[in-house]
Design a binder for this molecule. Structure first.
Ligand code: GDP
Length: 300
């Protein structure tokens, strides 16, 4: 239900665009496809992904000898469902033999802190013990904000003074997590992109400490992206992917945007699975992503 409501703007805008094209054309021809292509690009599906979709559609239209634009609608759903057939995304990878460490990366304001709070709440309600690491020592207010989410979720937060070394915070947090026998440590990081090189170096240092202290960790590195930024989210993903291993994407703020088509661009162009989606600002507004549900939801 929350998923359906959250996707409302994207769905309406998508359907309006596609329906417009359908109703404008009497037969399926080159112009029809051109306009359909424009509709998908305008829906933030991305040029590369749209081209791929249109090629597949043309192939099927020829093969099935489809003449009526109205019949293409069904074909779009089928084709997208085939392109995005991951189904329900994997939840965080749990280290069965000890501490699980999850690292959150992404630029300021995308919803990292909020997502950590939501996930802490979810894990806790599944019976796991959780600790948070305040690794964003750079942005004013970031530590306090994580503290508040810790309180809300009822989990501890390991922090140092603002401006301290994030790698030292991670070291502390891991020692604390081990001595308290915590199941999952969720680590916040800084997101200033003004100085990309420094940021990436800092992330590498943080990762080195984590993997030295917990072999095999971090078990997941989640890149958090803000869906309302559309194509900008895609270019952020490319930047991060180029310099750090990302195991999954958390796409936030899908509830407030018509740009949800970006989910497909991210999956198709980057090959990184969307693992969770944010559908609001409240503690239970985080859901595991399901690509099949997403595709059918767009055309429901
Ligand atoms: P950070 O700088 O990456 O840690 O971002 P924050 O966690 O501080 O989030 C920035 C803003 O986005 C806050 O006002 C959040 O309430 C809001 N936000 C985060 N996730 C979502 C979401 O899924 N939906 C909506 N509508 N707002 C969100």
């Amino acid at each position: 239900e929350k998923f359906k409501d959250g996707l409302e703007k994207t769905r309406t805008s998508f359907q309006d665009k596609v329906n417009d094209v359908m109703s404008k054309y009497r037969k399926v021809d080159e112009e029809f496809f051109e306009e359909l292509e424009e509709a998908f690009i305008a829906g933030d599906v991305g040029v590369t992904t749209t081209m791929h979709l249109i090629d597949k559609l043309k192939e099927e239209v020829r093969r099935q000898n489809i003449q009526d634009p109205a019949d293409v609608r069904e074909l779009i759903v089928e084709t997208l469902a085939k392109m995005f057939d991951d189904g329900q995304a994997e939840q965080i990878k749990i280290n069965e033999s000890g501490l699980t460490v999850v690292l959150f990366v992404g630029v300021n304001g995308v919803g990292k802190t909020t997502t950590i709070g939501k996930l802490a709440h979810q894990l806790k309600s599944e019976g796991k013990s959780v600790l948070l690491a305040a690794g964003d020592t750079f942005r004013a207010g970031a530590i306090e904000q994580l503290d508040r989410w810790g309180e809300r979720a009822g989990v501890g937060v390991i922090k140092q003074a603002s401006g301290s070394d994030p790698a030292a915070v991670m070291f502390d947090a891991i020692q604390a997590a081990k001595s308290r026998q915590v199941d999952v440590l969720l680590c916040d990081t800084a997101g200033r992109l003004q100085n990309k090189v420094n940021l990436m170096n800092e992330l590498e240092k943080v990762k080195r400490v984590i993997s030295r202290e917990v072999p095999g960790a971090p078990h997941d590195v989640f890149l958090v992206l803000d869906a309302t930024t559309g194509q900008n989210a895609l270019s952020q993903a490319k930047t991060f992917k180029a310099s750090t291993d990302v195991s999954g994407i958390v796409l936030t703020k899908l509830d407030g945007t018509a740009k949800g088509g970006i989910v497909m661009a991210i999956r198709h162009e980057l090959g990184i699975p969307v693992r969770y989606i944010g559908l609001g600002e409240k503690i239970d507004d985080l859901q595991p992503f399901d690509s099949t549900q997403f595709v059918y939801g767009l055309f429901a």
